[in-house]
Design a protein around this ligand. Structure first.
Ligand code: SF4
Ligand code: SF4
Length: 301
């Protein structure tokens, strides 16, 4: 008979570094457009899976040697290939046992109505601004779970000041996928408290000053993720030559919003992105690298 242990063992065999099972009742009160019960009304639990992003993919960016490998393997491949095949396999196992398995991979470029944030990893994001509910008791589609919150409910980790999930063992070097199911599985306790100790190192190293006490400004992050900073090795001397704000931009002192970020995107295409829709990470994810190093030295990972 299907149980939590069988799923966790299979998940490990298929490449997940951690699996946690969260009680769907712990999502009570969340925005209905993020509620797993709106995806599967008789859901009993949410199963969360973590995939490791190899550390060396970050290190080669930090050392200025390679930038595309992280984007292609650490982001696109894990989300679009590994996680999908993985979810189909685990989902089949659950459905063969007679239950439903609603597979949830990261949809990087979609935003629910009213969510004006963006994802620096993709060419642009699309807000479902005109979506309407098909009946009064249903939320407007597309229902998109908050993965960071779901990971906490599943006991996998919790978000740090960098805005990224931090998990034991892998720190922030991870990707996530989930299954919403009506299988009555034994649930894990939610993750108690973030491993983040507010050391401030992620803020210090961000070339775009995208992290402050209020969290991460996703538009500011998106501009500097794309490489608008002076330490970008692909930047030519005449970059933004006639722009009176050049110095402010390169030093990370200019503040970008949704509109001004989209305007400067056209000028900060340093590596190819059109073919895949994923943006090469030219900030080297300095925030995550600093975080990992700090937590590793502290002995909490
Ligand atoms: S670098 Fe420090 S402040 Fe930033 S997320 Fe990690 S532990 Fe928290
Ligand atoms: S270091 Fe990069 S990914 Fe991190 S907040 Fe800054 S721009 Fe964004």
């Amino acid at each position: 008979m299907l149980n939590a242990q069988i799923i966790k063992e299979k998940a490990r065999e298929l490449g997940a570094v951690a699996t946690g099972i969260g009680d769907v009742e712990l999502f009570k009160g969340v925005d209905p457009r993020r509620d797993p019960k709106m995806i599967l009304p008789n859901a009993k639990c949410v199963i969360g899976f973590l995939f490791r992003v190899p550390r060396a993919l970050y290190r080669t960016m930090e050392e200025g040697k390679q930038f595309m490998q992280y984007t292609q393997l650490g982001v696109k491949y894990i989300d679009e290939d590994l996680a999908e095949i993985f979810l189909f396999k685990i989902g089949s196992m659950i459905e063969n046992a007679g239950y439903d398995a609603c597979l949830q991979r990261n949809i990087s470029n979609l935003r629910i109505k009213g969510d004006h944030s963006t994802n620096p990893e993709v060419v642009d994001t699309y807000e479902l601004a005109h979506a309407e509910a098909v009946s009064p008791n249903k939320p407007a589609p597309e229902i998109i779970m908050d993965f960071n919150f779901a990971a906490k409910v599943c006991g996998l980790g919790a978000v740090g000041d960098s805005g990224h999930l931090i998990a034991p063992g892998v720190g922030p070097f991870l990707r996530m996928a989930f299954i919403v199911t009506d299988a009555p599985l034994e649930c894990d306790a939610p993750f108690p408290e973030s491993l983040c100790d507010h050391c401030g190192k992620c803020k210090e190293v961000c070339p775009g000053k995208a992290i402050d006490d209020d969290g991460v400004d996703s538009w500011q992050c998106a501009v500097y993720y794309r490489g608008a900073h002076g330490t970008n090795p692909f930047m030519e001397k005449d970059f933004l030559m006639d722009d009176p704000e050049k110095e402010a931009i390169l030093s990370g002192n200019k503040r970008f919003d949704r509109q001004s970020a989209r305007e400067i995107y056209k000028k900060i295409n340093f590596l190819p992105s059109k073919t895949t829709g994923y943006i090469p990470c030219i900030c080297g994810k300095a925030c995550d690298m600093a975080c990992y190093r700090h937590l590793k030295e502290k002995g909490v990972l």
